[in-house]
Design a protein around this ligand. Structure first.
Ligand SMILES: [Zn+2]
Ligand SMILES: [Zn+2]
Ligand SMILES: [Zn+2]
Length: 426
């Protein structure tokens, strides 16, 4: 993620800011222009602002409804879209009951992570379509609160990403991380992983890349249910780190892909941040310095060299603060090859529409990464038809009427307007 500049006082702004900490100017993020823009100081509900888009055209933007009403978003929405919600919020189909302050806090954190995810997808010039725009190939999110009787399983099915909002609670997350023996667990990591499943369907399955995928990741047509049982019954193979980015990736080729994909997005975002800060680091024991300023995001070997130098420095800094490693991973040759594959797929697909094929029903995993034991009745969760039905993912609907809070999905269909992204990290 790059740094931004206040157009009023030239101070540094961060992606999540809704106000300049230096001159107190209210600001909002315009995804179409990939920049933070000053808003009128008079913060009325219908505040509007003209933004110069790449190419010079000026358009009117309004604040996202979740910005105005809940302070849970800092994005703007193009007035012409006639949409109350921004490009990020309109992807969310269900949110928790906001009358509970804890839910509201958790939801805001999850949305913030989702905006960061979308920033990178737009920078990569990957199409992001809502289910309103494309019922088959579109994407939507459900952020749900589970109960003991009706736990929420985080997962992906047919473009629907479900996240248990308890993941926004640091204590819960750390507890789960320990229980599952994970090196690393974050909300952003979950979202990057789940959207990896979505893009597998779009770019690998529909994009005619299954053979190339299998050569590196293995045969994904193997039973997912058997894989779950084996993974939670026997654990990962002892030498998993030789070939996989994480123990979870050993479960099934789909999980290997999603873990690798998420890792690639971690790399890109972190290196873009390093570059934006002008970070130059020396590899321990070597005289050579890596200047992240000079990184080109199209050059995989350059990225990997930068990544090695930056992550070693990151971990050392973290240990100096008495904290555990920020980056608890070691990349084997096999993992690098898989990351290279993700890099090549993304380069190929950048700026192009999603491949369209009449694909068979999705049988990708619907639920995962929260269950210490195999999810109950995985067959039901993964059944192609049932997977898309909310009741299969979340046995009982949330108590509140989230539709009223975020009616994007119910709003009249808006013509698809997927703009090419403008902020390719360089
Ligand atoms: Zn300022
Ligand atoms: Zn929004
Ligand atoms: Zn997964």
């Amino acid at each position: 993620m790059r740094l931004f500049t206040c157009e009023c006082c030239k101070s540094v702004l961060f992606f999540d800011n809704s106000r300049c900490m230096s001159c107190d100017q209210p600001i909002g993020y315009c995804a179409e222009a990939a920049k933070l823009v000053p808003l009128p100081k008079e913060q009325t509900a219908d505040v509007s602002v003209e933004v110069a888009l790449p190419g010079g055209k000026r358009e009117t933007f309004l604040k996202c409804k979740n910005f105005t009403e809940h302070d849970a978003c800092n994005w703007l929405v193009r007035a012409e879209d006639r949409e109350p919600y921004c490009l990020s919020c309109r992807l969310t189909e269900i949110i928790p009951d906001l009358s509970d302050a804890k839910n509201k806090q958790a939801w805001a954190e999850v949305e913030s992570a989702k905006r960061r995810l979308l920033y990178t997808l737009r920078a990569l010039r990957l199409p992001v379509l809502t289910k309103t725009e494309d019922a088959t190939a579109g994407l939507s999110f459900r952020f749900l609160v589970g109960t003991e009787e009706a736990p929420v399983l985080t997962g992906h099915a047919d473009g629907l990403i479900t996240l248990n909002v308890a993941e926004a609670d640091a204590a819960y997350r750390e507890n789960m991380r320990e229980k599952l023996g994970e090196a690393y667990r974050t909300v952003l990591g979950h979202l990057r992983h789940e959207i990896g499943h979505y893009y597998w369907d779009r770019l690998i399955r529909d994009g005619n890349r299954v053979e190339a995928f299998r050569a590196l990741f293995g045969d994904e047509s193997l039973s997912y249910e058997t894989a779950i049982q084996r993974h939670y019954g026997e654990g990962p193979p002892a030498n998993w780190a030789d070939s996989y980015i994480s123990a979870y990736a050993t479960m099934h080729p789909w999980e290997d892909w999603a873990e690798t994909w998420a890792h690639y997005l971690h790399m890109l975002d972190t290196l873009e941040t390093a570059k934006s800060h002008g970070l130059t680091v020396r590899l321990p024991g070597e005289n050579e310095r890596v200047s992240t300023d000079e990184l080109t995001f199209g050059d995989f070997d350059g990225l990997m060299a930068g990544w090695q130098a930056v992550t070693i420095a990151l971990n050392s800094l973290s240990r100096s603060m008495g904290m555990k490693d920020v980056y608890p991973f070691v990349l084997s040759k096999s993992v690098r090859d898989k990351l290279h594959f993700v890099h090549d797929v993304l380069s190929d697909c950048s700026g192009k529409p999603l491949p369209r094929v009449a694909a068979p029903a999705n049988v990708a995993p619907a639920a995962e990464s929260g269950a210490a034991a195999p999810p109950r009745a995985p067959a039901a969760l993964n059944a192609p038809a049932a997977a898309a039905a909310p009741s299969a993912v979340h046995p009982s609907p949330p108590a509140a009427s989230p539709a009223a809070l975020n009616a994007a999905a119910a709003a009249p269909a808006v013509p698809a307007k997927v703009k090419p992204a403008v902020a390719t990290p360089q």
